[in-house]
Structure formats: structure tokens, C-alpha cells
Design a protein around this ligand. Structure first.
Ligand code: ARG
Length: 421
């Protein structure tokens, strides 16, 4: 008899999958629900697994590890897929894949299984990550290879076998959630022109119904990692939970995105990531104060590469590993505090400070105590502009490809008063 470790949520799909794997594949099924926060696990998850026929039902709480090893490093790198998605779902996959592999090795299993269909990104992420860690393990995805049942059929299948059916009513959406964010798709959202109905959102209030008085919060960072809110040191999980609740209460953290899936299709996705949205903005503001312009420019390339690697399920590839080392190194000076105002769905960084700040008021000021050497600017500009003057001299001035402007402006603008003698 083969032994399979199944990534289990306690929902209807994966509960049916337990029985399906036993019956169709003659498998001994061990269920592995991984708590990654944000209501990711259902009540009575172990009991339901046993009722579905699992021989052993684990439950692992990986919230702290998830935030510390996956979410925060990704935020440090400013990694947003296509510039907007904080990658909550994508980040949880390599963590869950790793736990599947570890438990498979511990249990002497020859396969792992997950509840993904054949159309999304998550199947790729699970399969690729599992094989990066242990190429000898088979990956089985029942929903991809013939378990395709409608919801009603699944309920019937479960009831016929005495499997406890979760009492949650059918959601009109497909939802994945963890402490870093909620990902919502399908249903009416499949029309990109349709505004998301109110019932899509669970963690953020309608910005129009947010409290009249804006909130302000001070976030403390050490080496690019958030460590405190309003001066109170918190664990990673506490910080994300508290900041998420505050931002959500002010309607901050909604993202509506038509994104490019790894498998080549465009898909309309709604995300709620209140804590992540605030932390990304605050962190970038602190980087602006503490990193050089060369670092800031180069980091944007790294951000995009890391976001793509995470989205594409390449967490365990070599480039990702090396880029993360670079990010960790670049973050050593990103320490200090950032003040953020939350107001009816929008957020504004209104202050930042750091002992390692590169901002020097004596140099920046326009007041009398200005320490900047104005006279040196003349020599600097002469050298800086030298290549342009050489170009003009050798290849013709920019006038050759610039059209006259004055004559195109309304006459009143150029009518000049003539001074009387
Ligand atoms: N599109 C997102 C991603 O690929 C989220 C997918 C979430 N899955 C879901 N069933 N809603 O990371």
C-alpha cells in the first residue's frame, strides 16, 4: 500500500480527496494541515480528516515561521508581483511544500498530494518546490487527474461515506487566505469590468465607511524588519495581526488586479493585504532615507526578479537564494521609524527618521545655515554636462531634432510689454 501525505485544509475538496485517494489509489492517507494564520484552518480539522479516512491527522502551526522566513524577507525586498500583489498565497506554497516533504520523509511516504486544479499557479508551485527538495517523491493532485466533482457531487460523495461536511455555506468565490493576505477569484469577478461586490472583502471596511478621524501609526524597523508599533515591541505574528486590523478598519489594503498567471492566462484577482500594504510603503520610505541612490535603483531590479521567482514557484532555485543574500546584506542599515497615516482607504507616509539616515539637513536646507558649497556646483555642472557639449559639437546640437516652441503658444503669453523710454 502506498502512503501519501496530503496538504489538507479541512474543506470539502480536500476532505473528499482523502477518501478518493484511499479508494482510487489504494493509498494510506496522512493529512497535513498547516496553519499560516488569517483563518487558514477550519475548526475540527483533525476530526474531519479522520472521519474522511485519514490514518493519521497532523496539524502544524507555522504562522511565526511563515511571517519571519517568507513574508518579511519578501517585504524587505519590496517584492510585489507586477508591482501590486504582495504574494501572500505564493509565499505560503514553498513553506507548505517543505513541510509535506519533511513529513513524507518522517512517515516513510512515497508521495505527497495537494488539492490544486490544473489551471492555477499553486499546482506549479507545489510540484516544483517538492521536487526541488526531494525528486524521488511523487506529487498527486486528485483534482487534476480525474476527481473532478461538482460541489453537489462532492457533498453527496462525502455524505455517502460518513465524512463530516464542513458547515460553511458555498462561497461564490474561490478564496485562499493566510496571515499576509486574502486572495479572491472567480464568480462575478471574472468580468474585469464588474466592481468587486462588498461580500468579497472580509478584512477591510469600505473606505467610504471608514472612521472620520484618520489613524496614525509609527512602525519601527531593524535591518529592514518591522519590530514595533507605536514604540511597543511585538512578535512578528502580533505585529502583522495588529497592523492588519488597524489598516483594515481604515479601509487600507484592497488590491484589484488583472494579473498574468504562470500558465499563460490573465486572471482577475482581488487581494486584501492590509498589513503588507502598510509595511511595504513604510519600508520603502525608510529605504529612501537610509540607502544610496545606486542601491535604490539596483534594488528595483532585484525586487522584480524576486517577485517573479516567488510568483513562479521558484523559491528553491539558485538565483532566488543568491538574491535573498543580497537583500539581507543591503538591509543592514534600514533601521528607524516611519509614521504612516491611514485615511479612508489611502495611506500616506508622513514622517521617517533613522540614526543611520543619509539625509543631512545642513546640506538640504535653503535656510541661512546652509552648509552646501554652492560655488562647487559650477565646476560639477561643467564636468557633468561635458558629454552633451561634446555631442553637440561633433554631431550637431539638440536643435536639429527639437521643434520650435514659442510660435506654438497663445499670443498673449509671448506678447511683451515694451518699456517706455
Ligand atoms: N493568483 C494568486 C496567486 O497565484 C492567488 C491564487 C489564490 N487561489 C485561490 N484559490 N483563490 O498567487
Amino acid at each position: 500500500m502506498r502512503k501519501v501525505i496530503l496538504a489538507y485544509s479541512g474543506g470539502l475538496d480536500t476532505s473528499v480527496a482523502v477518501a478518493w485517494l484511499r479508494e482510487t489509489m489504494d493509498a494510506d492517507v496522512v493529512t497535513l494541515p498547516v496553519a499560516v494564520g488569517g483563518g487558514s484552518l477550519r475548526e475540527g480539522v483533525q476530526r474531519r480528516a479522520i472521519s474522511a479516512g485519514a490514518s493519521r491527522a497532523y496539524v502544524l502551526d507555522a504562522r511565526e515561521r511563515f511571517v519571519v522566513d517568507y513574508c518579511f524577507p519578501s517585504m524587505q525586498a519590496n517584492a510585489l508581483y507586477q508591482g501590486v500583489y504582495p504574494l501572500a498565497t505564493a509565499l505560503a506554497r514553498p513553506l507548505i511544500a517543505q513541510l509535506l516533504v519533511e513529513v513524507a520523509q518522517r512517515e516513510g511516504a512515497d508521495a505527497v498530494a495537494h488539492g490544486c486544479t490544473g489551471k492555477g499557479n499553486d499546482q506549479v508551485r507545489f510540484d516544483v518546490a517538492v521536487h526541488a527538495l526531494d525528486p524521488s517523491l511523487e506529487v498527486i493532485a486528485p483534482m487534476r487527474i480525474g476527481m473532478g466533482l461538482s460541489r453537489d457531487q462532492e457533498i453527496e460523495y462525502a455524505q455517502a461515506r460518513g465524512i463530516e461536511v464542513p458547515i460553511t455555506k458555498a462561497s461564490p468565490y474561490s478564496i485562499d487566505q493566510n496571515i499576509w493576505g486574502r486572495s479572491i477569484e472567480t464568480g462575478v469577478l471574472e468580468d474585469p469590468w464588474t466592481a468587486p461586490p462588498a461580500d468579497v472583502y472580509a478584512w477591510t471596511v469600505d473606505p467610504g465607511k471608514a472612521p472620520v478621524v484618520p489613524a496614525e501609526v509609527t512602525i519601527g524597523f531593524e535591518g529592514g524588519i518591522p519590530v514595533s508599533l507605536d514604540g511597543v515591541r511585538l512578535s512578528a505574528v502580533e505585529l502583522v495581526d495588529q497592523l492588519g486590523a488597524l489598516a483594515g478598519a481604515h479601509g487600507v489594503g484592497r488590491i484589484d488586479h488583472v494579473e498574468d498567471r504562470l500558465i499563460g492566462i490573465k486572471s482577475r484577482e482581488i487581494y486584501e493585504s492590509p498589513a503588507a500594504v502598510v509595511l511595504f510603503a513604510a519600508h520603502r520610505a525608510l529605504e529612501g532615507l537610509t540607502l544610496s541612490k545606486e542601491q535604490l535603483r539596483f534594488n528595483r531590479l532585484v525586487s522584480d526578479e524576486l517577485a517573479q521567482a516567488t510568483y513562479d514557484g521558484l523559491w528553491f532555485n539558485a538565483l532566488h537564494r543568491d538574491l535573498r543574500d543580497y537583500v539581507r546584506s543591503s538591509q543592514r542599515v534600514v533601521s528607524g521609524e516611519v509614521r504612516v497615516r491611514l485615511d479612508h482607504g489611502s495611506l500616506a507616509v508622513v514622517g521617517r527618521r533613522s540614526d543611520l539616515s543619509l539625509y543631512d539637513r545642513a546640506l538640504a536646507t535653503y535656510d541661512a545655515d546652509d552648509a552646501f558649497d554652492h560655488a562647487s556646483a559650477v565646476g560639477f555642472i561643467r564636468i557633468f554636462g561635458l558629454p552633451l557639449r561634446t555631442e553637440a559639437a561633433r554631431q550637431g546640437s539638440a536643435w536639429a531634432w527639437t521643434s520650435p516652441l514659442v510660435d506654438t503658444l497663445p499670443a498673449s503669453v509671448v506678447s511683451a510689454e515694451v518699456a517706455r523710454p
